[in-house]
Design a binder for this molecule. Structure first.
Ligand code: SAM
Length: 365
């Protein structure tokens, strides 16, 4: 299949099938790759502007009941010191996001479903919603019942991120223990939509034995699941995990995964133009100088700078090389504003930056 022909089909709104998406993900040379990034960036700018939405990230607890084989905070890892921020600390971090004009916060944690945790998150959301800022509230706390999702939605959260990790059941089962169910993960995404959350998901890119066809199928999954937000990034080994031990990185692996992740962002932007796509921290972990900015230039429109206290940062290391471990949130903001200006992008200060796709999906516009 001719690369330019497939790219043109996608730019002019043609619906691509899985093999055409696989072609787009595999540009034969640097010129074709540049054409892909340029087309995706143009699509982002025309539809969403040269504006980046900012979400203040609060990693409020690393206590987790799951044992995902790739994750640095999995329950069997003894390395991190386990912590949960107090509600006051969480609200203080959200206030900082408000003061910084971020317009939105993301509360992320390990996964728990006990009643104490459900009440705790509900209370944290309620307290943030009462702050005198127009702050969008996103949660990323894992699989829960419909009732829990509804309670958190009623408390004031509007968005939820729950990665499928891989839309291939075969890969999903290889990277999770038996108690994690692929069907249950997919059902949880449906429950989020039922609870009227702006619903986000995503995958890890460059997993062992993952093919370009698997990644193309991931993009079809995003489209068919009618997601509003996509958060995906390169898989990065964490040395204490079973996967990190079994498949340690070889020279050049990380850069290849970063490049593949940038192509995934670009192709996703072309296939589903109106979704929010995050330039995730994992891009920055591999390319600390310009990873996230390259994500924006490939078509992403969201960045999630950390607003949590530095004291917990080292205990929330999902993978090796987490950036900004000792950088306070003010310094992070300053650097981000400068690096976005350098690529001609403006951070959206204030305004929650909701995904267009949600309003179309729910027929609210
Ligand atoms: N517990 C919540 C959940 O299950 O959705 C959110 C927290 S979880 C730690 C957030 C995300 O980190 C995961 O969905 C996974 O994609 C990502 N992650 C974990 N380990 C990673 C690794 N080694 N490399 C890249 N991403 C990783």
């Amino acid at each position: 299949m001719d690369y330019s022909a497939v790219l043109n089909k996608s730019v002019s709104g043609g619906k691509l099938d899985v093999s055409e998406i696989a072609v787009l993900l595999s540009p034969p040379d640097k010129e074709c790759e540049k054409a892909l990034f340029d087309a995706a960036y143009k699509c982002k700018c025309e539809l969403l502007g040269r504006v980046v939405n900012l979400r203040g990230l609060i990693e409020f607890s690393n206590i987790c009941t799951r044992d995902c084989y790739y994750c640095g905070i999995r329950k069997s890892n003894t390395v991190p010191c386990r912590y949960t921020m107090s509600i006051n600390e969480i609200v203080h971090a959200a206030e900082l996001a408000g003061v910084y004009g971020y317009g939105s916060v993301v509360l992320q944690s390990g996964e728990r479903s006990d009643a104490g945790f459900v009440d705790f998150v509900e209370e944290a959301v309620r307290r943030i919603a009462e702050l005198p800022y127009e702050l969008g509230i996103t949660l990323s706390c894992g699989e829960e019942t419909l009732e829990t999702y509804r309670r958190w939605r009623r408390a004031g959260a509007t968005r939820y991120l729950l990665r499928i990790e891989s839309s291939s059941e075969k890969i999903f089962s290889r990277i999770h223990p038996a108690e994690s169910s692929f069907a249950e993960r997919k059902a949880a995404l449906k429950r989020l939509q039922q609870a009227d959350f702006q619903t986000g998901s995503g995958v890890m890119i460059g997993l062992p034995e993952q093919s370009v066809e698997d990644l193309a199928a991931d993009i079809i999954f995003f489209r068919e699941t009618d997601l509003d937000m996509i958060g995906m990034g390169p898989y990065i080994p964490q040395e204490d995990t079973p996967m990190g031990k079994e498949f340690p990185d070889r020279e050049g692996d990380a850069v290849k995964r970063l490049e593949l992740a940038l192509r995934m962002i670009a192709v996703t932007r072309l296939v589903i133009p109106d979704v929010n796509i995050a330039a995730t921290t994992a891009l920055q972990a591999i390319d600390p100088v310009s990873g996230r900015e390259r994500g924006i230039l490939a078509g992403a429109n969201v960045i999630m700078p950390n607003v949590g206290d530095v004291s917990h940062r080292k205990d929330y290391q999902l993978y090796n090389g987490k950036p900004g471990l000792d950088e306070n949130s003010r310094a992070i903001r300053q650097k981000l504003v400068e690096s976005l200006a350098a690529i001609g992008e403006t951070p959206r200060f204030d305004g929650t930056g909701d995904p267009l796709h949600y309003f179309k999906r729910t027929k609210k516009i």
